[in-house]
Ligand binder design. Structure first.
Ligand SMILES: Nc1ncnc2c1ncn2[C@@H]1O[C@H](COP(=O)(O)OP(=O)(O)OP(=O)(O)O)[C@@H](O)[C@H]1O
Length: 264
């Protein structure tokens, strides 16, 4: 079981109150197109939420606004009670926000352990040390914990370039877990995975520490509905339906728009 480490996010606990994430009327225009329009969404600490929608629905733009990769034209974004609407990405990371991407950001020429160690070091006060971690180093224990959490213990010493695709996606989750995050955005983690790898992903996400909330964007309804407690459906930049996985699965409007094959 992974536990929260003594990192900056934990020290910033004094500003943590209320919801993990609070979006109010968030709108982002690209020219005349509203990629997301008036999006209001709340996620409680530790809550697991799925955002579903067809291609172009606005899911990635929503993630980009939450991380600060792009700024909204209007609306507010609060992270653990704090207004971060205009904060740069690194200030949101300091507050415990993490994200995985659809494209791989791994170091292919390094081992699994080195990738995780670098991620742990990157958020620690030893980040400028060029020394290899030694036995007894607390970061080494943390590295092993994260590798185990994503089911890669047996691949610990392997080069990333030699891993199966699904294992690389698992490693990306380990990197997102470095530095005791409080909230993670998973961008289509099941994309390109085999059925077996999908089952493993579901197990990994389900067993994440309960204090870590997340939003998962997925095209794969099976994965999304099995790991999430709440679901927001997006269409043409707007959230048009919210509910539990069972409510969403049985909703006729959702079925017509999404399950009926409208998505790509
Ligand atoms: N940088 C950009 N410049 C112009 N238009 C953009 C830009 N980014 C996104 N869009 C447009 O905004 C709309 C929402 O795109 P977005 O990528 O957020 O959707 P999505 O739900 O993530 O789709 P997908 O599932 O295909 O990734 C689309 O019509 C897209 O073409």
């Amino acid at each position: 079981m992974i536990e929260a480490g003594p990192d900056t996010a934990a020290r910033l606990g004094s500003v943590s109150s209320g919801n993990a994430l609070d979006l109010r009327g968030v709108t982002r225009m690209f020219g005349a197109l509203a990629a997301i329009a008036d999006v209001t969404m709340t996620v409680r600490p530790g809550e697991r939420c799925a955002v579903l929608g067809s291609n172009g629905a606005g899911k990635t733009t929503l993630f980009n606004c939450i991380t600060g990769d792009i700024l909204p034209n209007s609306g507010t974004i609060r992270l653990f009670g704090e207004d971060v609407t205009r904060f740069p990405p690194h200030e949101r990371i300091r507050r415990g926000l993490r994200r995985t991407y659809q494209i791989s950001l791994l170091f292919g020429g390094l081992t699994v352990a080195d990738n995780v160690d670098l991620a742990c070091r990157g958020v620690s006060r030893w980040r400028f040390s060029l020394l290899r971690p030694r036995r007894g180093d607390p970061l080494l224990a943390r590295t092993d914990e994260l590798i185990e959490a994503v089911h890669l213990t047996r691949a610990r010493g392997r080069l990333v370039s030699e891993l199966f695709y699904g294992q690389q996606r698992q490693l990306e989750i380990a990197l997102a877990l470095a530095g005791a995050p409080r909230f993670i955005l998973f961008d289509e983690p099941a994309a390109g995975l085999s059925p077996t790898e999908r089952r493993e992903l579901i197990e990994i996400l389900t067993n994440l520490p309960r204090h870590i909330g997340f939003i998962i964007i997925e095209h794969d309804m099976d994965v999304a509905l099995r790991v999430a407690e709440s679901v927001s459906m997006m269409h043409n930049g707007r959230v048009f339906k919210e509910g539990t996985p069972a409510e969403i699965e049985n909703d006729s409007e959702v079925q017509a728009l999404y399950l009926g094959g409208a998505h790509g």
